[in-house]
Design a protein. Structure first.
Length: 308
């Protein structure tokens, strides 16, 4: 544990601060991974001020890639990043053993952190959640971010549990995607200042930062990385007037990304902008024509494409 604590103390806190993109996973016609397209997307984010790449998360369609593909995406992201931008690897699983194996792989591959989703479907107790993350942390020095998204997992990490987890040296933060602002406020009060609270919902990033959050793991930044970085950086600097103006301008885009299940709308939007193909894996399917029309109009409204 001394080695783990030493690694934690030497960790640059800035890698967990700012606008981090929950990057989409490009696929070729037929469904194969398109790793060269992933490289181009990472270059796009480096050029536009994104603080970090979160690979193989929900927006990266992690439930539909197998273990080998999951590992290849982490490895490719680290290689494409070439040290220019932090890589946070999705390393969660509903079995603790699987989450440990993915976290160990991410560490060996060179990722800067692991994003470990709350175990899904099996609905562990709060004690089970604590023991799950404690077991992962005991096996690696990789900094771990807890990913709390009860709408998808069926299980909520309560603030008191996060407070307990914050005492484990290499559990360094949480992606709070409960959508519950009261809980987010309670989390910010419950954990020490060294424990980073990141928002998991673009539309709530600014409110969370007003009470102590340090950034966002963003879907919208797939499309507007420069503007999301500007919003978050303004809030971090205390310029809430500028942050509010950007938030207001981008709110329609933040919301349209969830008119159907994420990542369906954002991947459709990326395809409209020519950044990747609109290819999903079942059970994900393309959005309805009505949704596509709304997505296209919203892209036009925020200046990303010609008026339709």
């Amino acid at each position: 544990m001394n080695e783990v604590k030493s690694a934690f103390l030497q960790r640059p806190h800035s890698m967990l601060t700012g606008s981090l993109v929950a990057i989409a996973t490009p696929m070729r016609t037929g469904g194969a991974l398109d790793l060269p397209a992933l490289g181009r997307l990472i270059d796009f984010h480096v050029e536009n001020g994104t603080a970090g790449i979160v690979v193989v998360g929900t927006t990266g369609e992690s439930p539909t890639v197998d273990v080998d593909e999951h590992c290849s995406l982490i490895k490719a992201a680290v290689e494409f990043a070439r040290g220019r931008i932090a890589v946070i690897a999705g390393t969660g699983g509903n079995a603790t053993s699987e989450a440990i194996a993915l976290t160990e792989f991410a560490k060996k591959a060179g990722a800067q952190s692991g994003l470990s989703v709350v175990p899904y479907y099996n609905k562990p107790t709060q004690e089970g959640l604590y023991q799950h993350y404690r077991a992962i942390a005991a096996r690696t020095s990789l900094p771990i971010i807890v990913y709390n998204v009860p709408g998808r997992t069926g299980c909520n990490v309560e603030p008191r549990t996060l407070a307990r987890l914050s005492g484990i040296p290499n559990i360094v933060g949480v992606k709070e995607a409960s959508g519950n602002m009261q809980q987010m406020c309670e989390v910010c009060l419950a954990v020490p200042a060294s424990f980073t609270v990141l928002c998991g919902d673009d539309a709530l990033a600014l409110p969370l930062m007003a009470v102590g959050g340090r950034g966002v793991i963003s879907v919208a930044s797939n499309l507007v990385p420069d503007r999301m970085a500007g919003l978050v950086n303004a809030a971090l600097a205390g310029d809430f007037a500028a942050a509010r103006a950007t938030h207001a301008a981008l709110l329609p885009l933040m919301l349209v990304n969830f008119i159907e299940s994420n990542p369906i709308p954002v991947k459709s939007a990326l395809a409209m902008l020519g950044l990747c193909k609109e290819v999903y894996r079942l059970p994900m399917v393309p959005p309805s024509e009505a949704s596509k029309a709304r997505i296209r109009q919203t892209l036009a409204d925020v200046g990303l494409m010609a008026v339709v």
